[in-house]
Design a protein around this ligand. Structure first.
Ligand SMILES: [Ca+2]
Length: 74
């Protein structure tokens, strides 16, 4: 279960980093964002689902971390 925890924490950091970078790069003007939703327009073509499901994805990863953590500690 320890390995699963490492993978899940890695995913949470990775996804969090991607969401953070999307917001950062559009706010700072590094990426084009003509529709002003803080997602680089070049990413939206293929990965809009990843941003629409942001809350769900982070919730699922968070619950999974909590579940595995409880198994590891308990
Ligand atoms: Ca956009």
């Amino acid at each position: 279960m320890g390995d699963a925890l490492v993978v899940l924490v890695f995913l949470a950091v990775l996804f969090g980093g991607v969401y953070w970078y999307a917001s950062y790069s559009t706010r700072s003007g590094k990426e084009l964002d003509e529709n002003n939703n803080f997602i680089p327009d070049s990413w939206e073509k293929n990965f809009s689902w990843f941003f629409s499901a942001k809350t769900l994805i982070m919730l699922v990863v968070g619950i999974a971390i909590g579940f595995v953590l409880a198994k590891v500690i308990g």
